[in-house]
Design a protein around this ligand. Structure first.
Ligand code: SAM
Length: 320
């Protein structure tokens, strides 16, 4: 066995010998030309965005779980700076450190736009973080999470218990099955807000970004109904956002708005959620209620809401 700086065994030796303080590891790792250190996956988890020529890496201590389910591969890592990390099919789903931004922005803007949200359905969201945020709203009477892969929820209960604190709330209900089929069978006009907190538009989630699915959502929603869906990176994925907004309009929604927010661990570090209304969204917006909200948040507030609705010039220019 040859032990040289940058080589896996060398670093393992370093890490295992408590006598060597961590900073030394850093110095050795960032030795000039020591490129292979970066792409040595025993210490770093890397998500590569081949279509954008970029990658994002997180320093990890250990892989806590690795499982191929009927639908996807789920991995859980223990990281050095981001707490636990959930990865599905090689894509970062969430970290303990920054998930609050995503979960709050997927929930509160839509709930503070609908005049009186009581019946909420979450499609996907198996980690339960979005459910937790929805149930902060006391006016919500029932929140149903429709997640295709039960293992995501079970692993979240084990490795992200802070996201599952509202799972025993009597208003919470869990259904494990395909959200596309569930929405087809949903009673017309029975839902106030639909939150689609899904993986990227591939595999089981592909059908969640189609006009047919949006038509089923439109029928399921009541007269002031609102749909909100995670809509990828504004910088990397206009080729997804444009057809998605078009399909939503073609399905019959009266209004479409995209909200922007930072998400350090997602591709490009910048993410979005697209909201659609059966009525004009601006007219419904309840910013005063957001201002006076009776619960704590760590990212969302009325000012952030307003700002998140403001699209940058390139986005306006890139819209079809
Ligand atoms: N925040 C993450 C993101 O933006 O990539 C999403 C997190 S959440 C864990 C995504 C969930 O969507 C996964 O648990 C996945 O199983 C679920 N999902 C994918 N397709 C689905 C479908 N057709 N019906 C219900 N859930 C689905």
């Amino acid at each position: 066995m040859t032990v040289t700086p940058g080589n896996k065994q060398f670093r393992l030796l370093l890490r295992l010998s408590p006598a060597v303080p961590a900073c030394i590891v850093c110095i050795l790792q960032s030795a000039p030309g020591d490129a292979d250190v970066f792409d040595d996956d025993s210490l770093w988890f890397t998500e590569t965005h081949h279509d954008q020529g970029s990658a994002f890496s997180i320093k990890v201590f250990a892989r806590l779980h690795d499982e191929q389910t009927e639908y996807q591969r789920i991995e859980i890592y223990e990281t050095e700076w981001f707490g636990n990390l959930m990865v599905i099919d090689g894509c970062i789903m969430l970290t303990a450190r920054d998930n609050f931004i995503y979960h709050e922005m997927m929930s509160h803007p839509a709930l503070f736009t609908h005049p009186d949200p009581r019946e909420v359905v979450i499609i996907g969201g198996g980690d339960c973080g979005t459910l937790r945020e929805v149930l902060r709203h006391q006016g919500v009477r029932h929140a149903l999470q429709v997640e295709i892969d039960e293992q995501v929820t079970r692993l979240s209960e084990q490795y992200f218990p802070e996201l599952c604190v509202s799972n025993d709330d009597p208003r919470a209900e869990f259904y494990f099955g395909d959200g596309i089929r569930w929405m087809k069978e949903c009673a017309p006009g029975s839902v106030d807000v639909i939150i689609v907190d899904s993986t990227d538009p591939v595999g089981p989630a592909e059908g969640l970004f189609t006009r047919d699915f949006y038509r089923d959502c439109l029928r399921a929603l009541g007269e002031n109904g609102i749909l909100v869906q995670q809509s990828e990176s504004p910088l990397y994925h206009m080729h997804i956002i444009n057809p998605m907004r078009k399909a939503i309009r073609d399905a019959g929604f009266a209004d479409v708005q995209t909200l922007f927010f930072p998400q350090a661990t997602y591709p490009s570090g910048w993410w979005s959620a697209t909201m659609a209304g059966k009525q004009a969204l601006e007219r419904q917006l309840r910013l005063q209620a957001a201002q006076d909200k009776a619960f704590e948040t760590r990212y969302y507030n009325a000012g952030v809401h307003r700002a998140a609705l403001t699209a940058p010039e390139f986005f306006h220019n890139a819209l079809d």
